[in-house]
Design a protein around this ligand. Structure first.
Ligand SMILES: *Cc1c(COP(=O)(O)O)cnc(C)c1O
Length: 399
């Protein structure tokens, strides 16, 4: 067989305004292009310790057990379930979208006893329903929910849900894949027991790493297991041989250059400051919203549950959703997301996550959307969307 004549891959220039990945900053790409050292090199070990410090800051936790799993967010999710759920454990999953459903699937596969508490897609998790489920199931060991449901653009009240779970003696697993770095999240102050995130959303690193953090109660549950963790790779008892400073023995070959990238993106988050990052996400969301309203568009989610980093926009009558996305990508180089499940074709999802959340991107997106909608015959007031966004940004700057 002769060698295929294929040349190096040259990706097109894009602006990533979908549900993730978000735009990766040149500083992060540069960090990833640095020389590869060994995963047991002492210098790399120092970088790993800094990484843990930076992640503790991002999560607002003192948890010693805070590190990135060498795999995407889905494996962070699976790591939480596979380590904490023992066969027969009763687990309540509060589901209001795709990722809640995935949590439920994890409970089944770890052979936990699933109690599914569902809310409509586009609504926040109802704390009263959780409380009712806990009353009906006092032997519940774990409560799991998604802080920022990326499939619908909804924030649930992670602090309140955690408080309710603890009142009934259950541990909490929280999905923070799309919330970390974008909206307030206080692991210690809220008492979250186990949490996972992803590198490619609010942190704007490349995909493929999942920062996790486990508190003392979660570790105690892990230590009390009567059965071994089914997964060899995800078994925290083993992974920690590598991620603990005292041991640092081979477990798997870490994705070295990817970790340089995550380190850099966390350095950038610390430089900006968490509060400033949260405020920036909010500001740019409000600017986008002002522009969308000028285009006569509406968001799916009611104001109090809206995620600034993920805007679910209702597709208006007479507009083809796939055509909007295709034109945004092919004519303007902008990636936006589609709706999933029941919301397929009914919404498009505009992400303003991490490094993608800039006033420039808001304006570029609105200009493109205006022309894409006009091409489908929608009456739009040329330039009005960007003007509305600029007015909002000026007000925020003055405030
Ligand atoms: C993206 C996402 C995940 C999965 O992360 P991957 O890196 O794609 O595996 C899990 N939960 C939520 C809320 C997400 O947005």
């Amino acid at each position: 067989m002769s060698a295929p004549r294929i040349q190096s891959f040259q990706p097109p220039t894009r602006i990533l305004l979908g549900p993730g990945p978000s735009d990766v900053h040149q500083r992060v790409l540069d960090a990833m292009a640095r020389t590869t050292v060994g995963h047991l090199d002492p210098s790399f070990g120092e970088m790993m310790e800094e990484m843990k410090t930076l992640l503790r800051y991002a999560y607002q936790t003192e948890n010693a057990l805070t590190f990135p799993v060498s795999a995407p967010g889905s494996v962070g999710m699976e790591s939480c379930f596979v380590n904490l759920v023992e066969p027969g454990d009763k687990v309540i999953v509060c589901s209001n979208g795709v990722f809640g459903r995935r949590m439920a699937e994890n409970v089944k596969r770890t052979r936990g006893e699933l109690v599914l508490v569902e809310d409509a897609w586009g609504k926040a998790v109802d704390p009263q329903k959780l409380e009712d489920a806990l009353k009906a199931n006092p032997d519940t060991k774990i409560v799991a929910f998604v802080h920022a449901e990326t499939s619908t653009g909804v924030e649930s009240d992670a602090k309140l849900l955690t408080e309710i779970a603890h009142r009934y003696g259950a541990l909490v697993i929280c999905d923070a894949v799309t919330s970390l770095g974008c909206i307030p999240l206080m692991v210690d102050a809220w008492g979250i027991d186990a949490i996972y995130s992803g590198s490619q959303k609010g942190l704007s690193c490349t995909p493929g790493l999942s920062p996790v953090s486990f508190g003392e109660r979660a570790i105690a549950k892990l230590k009390q297991r009567a059965t071994p963790v089914q997964s060899w790779f995800m078994d925290l008892n083993l992974v920690l041989g590598y991620w603990s400073e005292a041991k640092r023995t081979y477990h798997h070959t870490a994705p070295i250059n990817a970790l340089y990238g995550l380190h850099e993106s966390l350095v950038m988050l610390a430089e900006e400051g968490l509060e400033s990052s949260w405020a920036r996400h909010r500001r740019n969301h409000l600017a986008l919203l002002a522009g969308l309203e000028a285009l006569g568009l509406e968001l799916l989610v009611e104001e109090k549950s809206r995620l600034p980093q993920l805007n679910a926009v209702v597709v208006p009558q007479g507009i083809s959703e796939p055509q909007v996305r295709a034109d945004m990508l092919n004519l303007h180089g902008i990636e936006i997301g589609t709706g999933l499940g029941d919301l397929a074709g009914k919404i498009f999802r505009i992400g303003l996550m991490g490094n993608s959340s800039t006033p420039e991107n808001v304006k570029i997106c609105l200009t493109a959307l205006e022309s894409v909608l006009a091409a489908q015959g929608r009456k739009v007031d040329a330039g009005a969307a960007v003007q509305a966004a600029e007015r909002l940004l000026a007000e925020e700057a003055g405030a």
